[in-house]
Design a protein around this ligand. Sequence first.
Ligand SMILES: [Zn+2]
Length: 348
Amino acid sequence: MFDKSTWIQLPRNVLVGHGVLDELSAAVGELYLSGRPLLVTSPTPNDIAGDRVRAQFDDPTTITISEASFDSVERVIEAGREMDAGYLVALGGGKAIDTAKMASDSLDCGFISVPTAASHDGIVSGRSSIPEGDTRHSVAADPPLAVVADTEILADAPWELTTAGCADIISNYTAVKDWQLAHRLKNVEYSEYSGALSQMTAEMLVGNSDSIKKGLEESAWVVVKALVSSGVAMSISGSSRPASGAEHLFSHQLDRLVPGRALHGHQVGVGSIVTEYLHSGEQGEWRDIRDALDTMDAPTTASELGISDETVIEALTTAHTIRDRYTILGDGVSEEAAIEAATFTGVI
Ligand SMILES: [Zn+2]
């Protein structure tokens, strides 16, 4: 008997392009939402675009958060209850969007994602990651109802945020390999559509890495479209698997060992170089990953991340303990093997 079922949740309106911020209220109007919006933002994005967002709505309320934390999530939930928010508008980078995503889940209302930096794939996906103490909680939440990504604003964001977004996409390459491995070895459910979409997105970015250039608005366009595809891949499988494998475990471990040292995307990019080597050896495609990162000025070594060689090795040898997610790291890479892989690929 056929008894499979799936529920794919996607954003309904995705606007990407020059000046689309001014179409935000039109995109929201299309969703038939009711009630007043609560704008969730952080100080810099609020300065950049807060007024342009507020001008498009009747009687909006704004809450400004300074960090992604459970405290911030609580504050947003409280503010939302107090004003009886109809929906949330998240304006900013990871902080505002991750916070609004989690709060909207508790408030049982939708949220609109308005990224001001293309720094990671969370701007489109239903995944949220909030640090607590020395760990990070990755939580499943609903994806945004709409995404309004204005390339004029994104192109103005600090360049390293864009290269971090690129690196987060490129890491899908090894994430999919880990997913396939887990499917073969542990019978983890694998989605062909999702895996193929995610892999193609990473390959397109590697292939176009020389068109990702500082000061070029088209770069923001290429990156956001890739982030949207990656988010769709996660929605199709209902899992972060297509975009998160061993390279993400490595990055999460770095977050515990040296919190705040480097950007998420940059850490997973460097992680991908090593895990691709672990997957396919000396002749594998780790050079393509490294060269693509290098072309767009994203870090490819421990020192470019500002992290010591010892810490990178510690993260590689302990990353498998972070969560129950089978990857190429298996039940742990030995110190000697980690040093060999990181040295051969030039990471340390
Ligand atoms: Zn990521």
